[in-house]
Design a protein around this ligand. Structure first.
Ligand code: CA
Length: 385
């Protein structure tokens, strides 16, 4: 029953009560007016509704809201050159093995069918696993000329990467209504071999339509991935690498032992159906036994570029430790099932290349701290003999 006032059957309401009734969603008298206040919640009351099943349920309400004011920017053209432009700056910081991409702004974006003007910039390094190198800016809402001024940083970016990778930047719509991700409003690609190390370079480039590559049939039934994500997997099957890890080593004469820093990982292989992993790192000093030889970091959820910054300590004489091997492995934490191995690396006197150099330089003298990136092997580090 409706709220019967103390006046009994008479329906006299003061102005204040009237306002209260109007904004209340309860089953109170002038109920038919409420839809005027909440048109989005009652799309079935809209007389202009299209055939059921066409577009999303909420789409008609959006259209009725936006057609009231004429489009201020008459740039609607089918010409693919009219997708807008993106201004950004790239800097390959070779000393720190980082690539910085600063997204400044976009101009003249063509609005998608949904009418949304909420956008962000997404970056990927190709070829390689798409999610492993995916970074994005925050979303800027309500404008076709978004200004992000946000820097995205790739850690563990080497000369080798610069020589063979391409940076893809997409301007994407961040619609609150769509559950599936829409195709980007436009994209562009920059071959990174053209960058001069340690020299910032600015770009102002026209966005193009997305280039689609046929995905392998084996991926058609990819686990729980939306249609568009499957399309994005283009170069993912190359399986080229499991990722890389930044480790620091230092023999501390003061503490009488080896300090091992697990700083961060980059471009890890995705192990979960959501396209990410929940990485953590295990350390094992071999030969060794008991708790003092094994450590692990905390778990970082849903990321392929985790930052750990955790330090562990192995007591012992320098010469003695130098004869051992440090086995480092990166794992994907899984609740309820066995964790998945992502990749590993072994530092010892029997290793080669950078792994050997890192071990030797830090255990041949005291108090010398060295940070190095190491590529991860796809097989667990062997215990040796
Ligand atoms: Ca997991």
């Amino acid at each position: 029953m409706a709220c019967a006032g103390p006046a009994g059957g008479r329906q006299r309401v003061s102005m204040q009560e009237h306002m209260a009734i109007d904004v209340s969603p309860g089953p109170i008298q002038p109920i038919r007016l409420i839809s005027d206040y909440f048109p989005h919640f009652y799309p079935f009351l809209e007389p202009v509704l299209r055939a059921p099943g066409s577009q999303a349920m909420l789409a008609p309400a959006i259209h009725s809201a936006s057609h009231q004011q004429p489009n201020p920017e008459p740039e609607d053209s089918d010409d693919s050159t009219a997708l807008g432009t993106l201004e950004f700056t790239l800097l390959f910081d070779a000393d720190n093995s980082t690539l910085h991409c600063t997204a400044h702004r976009a101009k003249g974006l063509k609005p998608p069918a949904s009418g949304s003007v909420d956008t962000y910039v997404k970056a990927n390094l190709l070829p390689g696993a798409i999610k492993a190198s995916q970074l994005r800016t925050r979303t800027v809402r309500g404008t076709r000329g978004p200004v992000w001024e946000e820097t995205l940083t790739y850690h563990g970016f080497t000369y080798q990467d610069a020589g063979r990778k391409t940076l893809r930047l997409c301007v994407c719509e961040d619609s609150r209504l769509r559950r599936r991700r829409a195709p980007p409003l436009g994209e562009l690609r920059v071959p990174l071999r053209k960058l001069v190390p340690n020299e910032a370079r600015s770009f102002d480039i026209c966005l193009e339509k997305r280039r689609l590559t046929k995905r392998p049939k084996s991926l058609d039934t990819a686990r729980g991935m939306s249609l568009y994500e499957e399309e994005e997997m283009e170069a993912e099957v190359s399986g080229e690498e499991r990722g890389r890890i930044l480790l620091s080593l230092c023999y501390s004469s003061q503490r009488g032992g080896l300090l091992v820093g697990v700083l961060r990982c980059a471009h890890l292989a995705p192990m979960d159906a959501n396209g990410y992993s929940d990485p953590f790192v295990r350390l094992f000093l071999h030969p060794g036994s008991g708790k003092r030889s094994k450590y692990k970091t905390s778990v970082r959820r849903k990321t392929l570029n985790p930052e750990f910054n955790e330090e562990f300590f192995y007591a012992g004489h320098r010469e003695e430790l130098a004869q051992k091997a440090l086995l480092v492995s990166v794992w994907d934490y899984d609740l309820g099932t066995a964790d998945d191995f992502i990749g590993g690396v072994q530092l010892s006197n029997r290793a080669s290349g950078e792994r050997l150099r890192h071990w030797r330089e830090c255990l041949s003298r005291s108090d010398r701290r060295l940070e190095l990136w190491h590529l991860l092997d796809s097989v667990p580090p062997q215990l040796g003999d």
